[in-house]
Design a binder for this molecule. Structure first.
Ligand code: MG
Length: 267
């Protein structure tokens, strides 16, 4: 199952994405978010629509989360490049839902930061409410699907502040999309790549996670209830670096697609 969220006639809609004659098309309008029926898209009330090519749709962030929970330092080489020890347990922080940016949207560098960095990551969308997941419980039914996330970070402010709310929380600092799919397996290994102006800067694989996805989900669920539609960003591989106005950043995750974001200075 693949779905996206898009704008049409001034309203936001969810749509099912299917390959028609070799092209990704939005083939059906979903009248509610897929996770509100626990992922059973076939059971949703829906109506047929003219196919819209995914590439031509006015896409929105594919999720409307109550929270975005991120994992810091989940790849050894990335922890090392920033001069940190490998964490002994998952390191959690939040990005506010107001930081979400649609695919193709422009990342704005705030005037108070001298350095903003891309962080390409695999995003996980929660399917159903979970709280205190037991070690014996399979976490997969709680995952609706996966998307691309760019965990933009004002690195100078992150180094200056004792916590990361400001550095990670600016409007436009969480590009996500272009769609959500359940057609990949992070445990088996999924390639995560970031390019700036077409040049590869990060190339990692989720099989190198320090904390596997089931460990992450159990750990978070022991702190807070995860709600349908919540977004988990699983950490970035090595190769983070700054961008400037005029650059174009692309995060691609194998099996999902490309999340493209131009960069501009705040007006
Ligand atoms: Mg990150």
């Amino acid at each position: 199952m693949r779905y996206c969220r898009f704008e049409q006639s001034g309203s936001a809609h969810y749509g099912l994405v299917e390959s028609v004659a070799g092209r990704d098309q939005i083939t059906r309008l979903l009248l509610q978010a897929p996770h509100t029926s626990q992922g059973d898209v076939e059971g949703l009330p829906s109506r047929r629509m003219d196919h819209i090519p995914l590439a031509e749709a006015s896409l929105l962030p594919p999720v409307e989360p109550s929270k975005i929970v991120c994992i810091g330092r989940n790849y050894r080489e990335h922890a090392a490049e920033l001069g940190h020890e490998v964490p002994k347990e998952p390191l959690l922080f939040f990005k506010p839902p107001s930081s979400l940016l649609p695919p193709g949207g422009t990342i704005l560098r705030p005037k108070i930061s001298e350095r903003i960095d891309y962080e390409g990551e695999l995003g996980v969308v929660i399917a159903r409410s979970c709280h205190k997941l037991a070690n014996s419980e399979d976490v997969r039914p709680y995952v609706l699907g996966y998307t691309c996330v760019n965990d933009f970070t004002a690195r100078d402010l992150q180094n200056k502040d004792s916590q990361w709310t400001r550095a990670k929380g600016f409007d436009t600092f969480c590009p996500a999309g272009p769609l959500v799919t359940d057609g990949l397996d992070p445990w088996a290994g999924v390639q995560v790549e970031t390019r700036v102006n077409g040049q590869v800067r990060q190339s990692g694989n989720t099989r190198d996670f320090i904390f596997a996805l089931d460990v992450i989900l159990r750990y978070i669920s022991c702190v807070m209830t995860l709600n349908p539609g919540d977004l988990i960003s699983t950490g970035t591989p090595q190769g983070v670096g700054p961008v400037s106005a005029g650059d174009v950043v692309e995060v691609s995750v194998e099996g999902i697609g490309v999340l493209r974001s131009p960069v501009a200075d705040e007006a």
